[in-house]
Design a protein around this ligand. Structure first.
Ligand SMILES: Cc1cc2nc3c(=O)[nH]c(=O)nc-3n(C[C@H](O)[C@H](O)[C@H](O)COP(=O)(O)OP(=O)(O)OC[C@H]3O[C@@H](n4cnc5c(N)ncnc54)[C@H](O)[C@@H]3O)c2cc1C
Length: 237
């Protein structure tokens, strides 16, 4: 298992805001909720690879099964089923809508200030920024408000042959996409009257796991179980 930084919408976009509508939690900071979710997942010691962009998907036929191969910069991963939970996808700055904007990018038009270094002890006291001539300047500051606009981009998933609707992946009532063995849950998944909430993402993830198990074991009836009653069995897939 390799651990790296994990930036969900909660940790990237609103870490210091309270969330009031996750059932059973009267109110919780988004970053604490993300930390709790991470702790909950890691207690079962899953094999996790973070900080890798999934770029390609293809099917690989073996003697026994049709497998799904996902490629990242670090290698390839084979699986019998795949659940996509890519949320808002890749986040990039909104570009100035001017025909010469590209020409001057990095030569006067800068979409994000490059802060090469943060300085401080108890709190942030100064930043070092790089100007367009690549000169470094150390600036003393009282506060840093990084209000950097972004736009949503599905990223490489857009080329995987998935049926899309308005930059989201269409799923049916069993959270299946149009590709065999590929499911989608959370913000990236769409269906009629979809509500983009943390709570609905949780429910869709559970449904996606059930559908994935049914896909992998068509000969068996997948039985629903309560973790409070039957505990958590070691993964058998
Ligand atoms: C400002 C704001 C406030 C909100 N407040 C609330 C609230 O109070 N209550 C509530 O219920 N909901 C709230 N939401 C909605 C909630 O944050 C989302 O519904 C939820 O975070 C979606 O979770 P997710 O796992 O589907 O996606 P995300 O949390 O966006 O996670 C997707 C992950 O996939 C990664 N990823 C994307 N593409 C790839 C790729 N190709 N390869 C590898 N990784 C990839 C991303 O980097 C990210 O880590 C809010 C949303 C915003 C923007």
């Amino acid at each position: 298992m390799r651990r790296a930084s994990w930036m969900s919408s909660m940790t990237a976009l609103y870490p210091e805001k309270f969330v009031f509508d996750v059932f059973g939690l009267p109110k919780i900071l988004a970053r604490d909720l993300a930390k709790n979710l991470e702790e909950q997942a890691f207690q079962f010691k899953p094999d996790i690879h973070l900080g890798e962009l999934a770029t390609n998907l293809r099917y690989v036929e073996t003697d026994h099964a049709k497998l799904i191969e996902v490629t990242t910069a670090s290698g390839t991963y084979l699986s019998r089923a795949l659940i996509i939970t890519s949320g808002n996808g890749i986040i990039t700055p909104r570009k100035l809508p001017n025909e010469r904007a590209d020409e001057f990018e990095g030569k006067g038009i800068i979409y994000a200030v490059q802060r090469d270094e943060l300085h401080g002890h108890e709190r942030l006291e100064a930043v070092t920024v790089r100007d367009w001539r690549q000169n470094l300047h150390k600036l003393e500051i009282d506060a840093l408000l990084p209000m950097i606009g972004f736009k949503i981009n599905l990223g490489p998933l857009a080329k995987w042959g998935l049926e899309l609707e308005d930059k989201h992946i269409k799923v049916d009532a069993r959270i299946r996409t149009n590709l065999a063995g590929v499911f989608a849950a959370g913000d990236v998944a769409t269906f009629d009257d979809k509500i983009k909430l943390i709570a609905t993402g949780f429910a869709e993830a559970a449904m996606a796991v059930k559908s994935a198990l049914e896909y992998m074991h068509p000969e068996q009836k997948v039985k629903m179980a309560f973790s409070s009653v039957s505990g958590v069995p070691a993964a058998k897939i």
